[in-house]
Ligand binder design. Structure first.
Ligand code: 56B
Length: 380
C-alpha cells in the first residue's frame, strides 16, 4: 500500500531527527519517566485536559457550524505574536483568533469567498480588536504624537492575506465556503474519497485535499535538503470535525484512520516536551529561544554561510523545523510506549495526546516556559 500523507508526516519528521545535523534530540529515559509518571500520565489527567473546546455560539445549520470551525483552523496561527498580543489585549494567539472569528460570525458575516476577498486590514483589526497603529510622543515637539504601525500589524496583515487568498482559491475551485469544500471532499460517493468509501471516511483524504488546494494549509518545510511535512492546521481541522461531527454525520466524519493523525505541532508542544526533558536542545538553541530570538532568522539560504556555528563543526539551521519534527517524533514514541504500558491507554492516539499536551502547556509550571517563535509563518 502506498504511504498516506499522514505516514509522510511521520517519516519526514523522523528523518530530520535522524539527520546528523539535527541539534534536537529525543531523550528516551525522560520519555519513559513521563509515560510512567503516576501523577501526570493518568487516565483522569487526560480526561480532564484532553477535551475539545465548546463555543458559546448558536448555529442555524451544520454547514454554518462546520464553516466556522474551518475558518478557525485556517487562522489557527500567530503563535509568534503571543507576547505582543498579551501586552496589547491580554490574550494569546488562539484566543485572539477565537475573538476575531466569533466577532465576524456574530456580525452576521457569511464567512465566504466574497467576504474574505473584500476584507481589509482595518476590518481584520476591528474584528480581532487589535491596534493597527500606535502613537508615541514626538521627540522634540511637546503635545504632538507620531503614529506608526503597531507591532501587531504584521499579524493583522498575515490574517488578511490568508483570508483573501483562500477566498480567491475557493472561487477558482467553484465553492463559496470552506464547509462546502469539506462536505464535497468527504461526500461518501465523491471521486476524491473513492479510495476510502469502502472502509469509511478518511482523515488522510481531507488533509491531502486541503493541502493540495489551499496554500494556507500547506505546512511543509525543508531541512538539509529534505522536504518535511507537519500539516498542523489541516490535521487540526480533521481532528476537530471528527470530534464535533463524527456522531452526527458518521458517513462523512467518523474517520476510520483518526489514529493516523500526528500531533498538530506548534510552539506549545515542543516547549512542554523540552520542559519535561524529553526534547534536549543544543545550548545555543536554548539561548536563542529563551532570549526570544525569532527562529525564522535561522532559515538556511542556499549558498550562504550558516548563521549560528555550533561546537563540533555543526551549524544551527532551520531550528524551528528541527524542533517541530522532534516533537512529532517524540509524541509518536509516547503514544506507542503508553499503549504498551497502560491498559487505559490502549486507545490513546496522537490527537488526544496533542490536546493533553497543549492544555498542559497552559497550566502553572508550564505557562511561563519560553516557547520558540517565528513571526513570519501562517502555519502555526
Ligand atoms: N497543538 C495544538 N496547537 C494549538 C491548539 C490550539 C487550539 N486548541 C483548542 C481548540 C481545540 C482544542 O480542543 C483546544 O482546546 C491552538 N494551537 C496553537 O497554539 C498556538 C499558541 O497559542 P496561544 O498559547 O494562545 O498563544 C497558536 O498559535 C496555535 O497555533 C491545539 O489544540 N493543539
Amino acid at each position: 500500500m502506498s504511504e498516506s500523507i499522514l505516514d509522510r508526516v511521520r517519516s519526514t519528521c523522523a528523518a530530520v531527527v535522524q539527520d546528523p545535523l539535527c541539534c534536537v534530540r529525543v531523550d528516551s529515559s525522560a520519555l519513559d519517566r513521563f509515560v510512567s509518571s503516576s501523577s501526570s500520565f493518568t487516565e483522569a489527567a487526560f480526561d480532564a485536559l484532553a477535551r475539545p473546546t465548546r463555543l458559546p455560539l448558536r448555529f442555524d445549520t451544520l454547514d454554518q457550524e462546520l464553516n466556522l470551525h474551518c475558518v478557525l483552523a485556517l487562522l489557527n496561527f500567530g503563535h509568534g505574536f503571543r507576547r505582543e498580543l498579551h501586552a496589547a489585549v491580554d490574550r494569546g494567539a488562539w484566543e485572539s483568533v477565537l475573538v476575531g472569528v466569533m466577532s465576524m460570525h456574530v456580525a452576521g458575516a457569511a464567512l465566504d469567498a466574497r467576504f474574505f476577498e473584500a476584507l481589509t486590514e482595518s476590518d481584520v483589526a476591528e474584528h480581532f480588536q487589535l491596534p493597527i497603529m500606535t502613537d508615541r510622543p514626538h521627540e522634540s515637539i511637546p503635545g504632538l504624537a507620531i503614529s506608526s504601525p503597531s507591532v501587531l500589524r504584521p499579524f493583522i496583515a498575515l490574517v488578511q492575506t490568508v483570508l483573501r487568498d483562500t477566498g480567491a482559491r475557493l472561487r477558482q475551485l467553484g465553492y463559496q465556503r470552506l464547509s462546502q469544500f469539506v462536505l464535497d471532499t468527504l461526500k461518501p460517493s465523491s471521486a476524491a474519497s473513492a479510495t476510502s468509501t469502502a472502509a469509511g471516511p478518511s482523515a488522510a483524504v481531507l488533509v491531502e485535499r486541503l493541502v493540495q488546494c489551499f496554500p494556507a494549509f500547506e505546512d511543509c518545510s525543508v531541512f538539509n535538503g529534505h522536504r518535511v511535512l507537519f500539516l498542523k492546521k489541516a490535521q487540526f481541522l480533521a481532528s476537530e470535525v471528527y470530534t464535533l461531527f463524527g456522531t452526527r454525520d458518521p458517513e462523512r466524519f467518523a474517520f476510520k484512520d483518526v489514529d493516523q493523525l500526528t500531533v498538530f505541532v506548534d510552539n506549545v508542544v515542543p516547549a512542554v516536551l523540552r520542559q519535561l526533558g524529553i526534547l534536549v536542545l543544543a545550548p545555543e538553541l536554548c539561548t536563542m529561544i529563551d532570549s526570544h530570538v525569532d527562529l525564522s532568522t535561522t532559515r538556511r539560504v542556499e549558498g550562504s554561510a550558516p548563521i549560528v556555528e555550533l561546537a563540533g563543526g555543526k551549524s544551527l539551521q532551520d531550528a524551528d523545523v528541527q524542533l517541530r519534527a522532534a516533537a512529532v517524533s517524540a509524541c509518536e514514541e509516547i503514544v506507542a510506549l503508553a499503549r504498551q504500558r497502560h491498559p487505559w491507554a490502549a486507545t490513546l492516539n496522537a490527537k488526544r495526546l496533542d490536546y493533553y499536551l497543549w492544555r498542559l502547556g497552559k497550566e502553572p509550571g508550564y505557562r511561563t516556559v519560553t516557547r520558540h517563535k517565528d513571526q513570519t509563518t501562517f502555519y502555526y
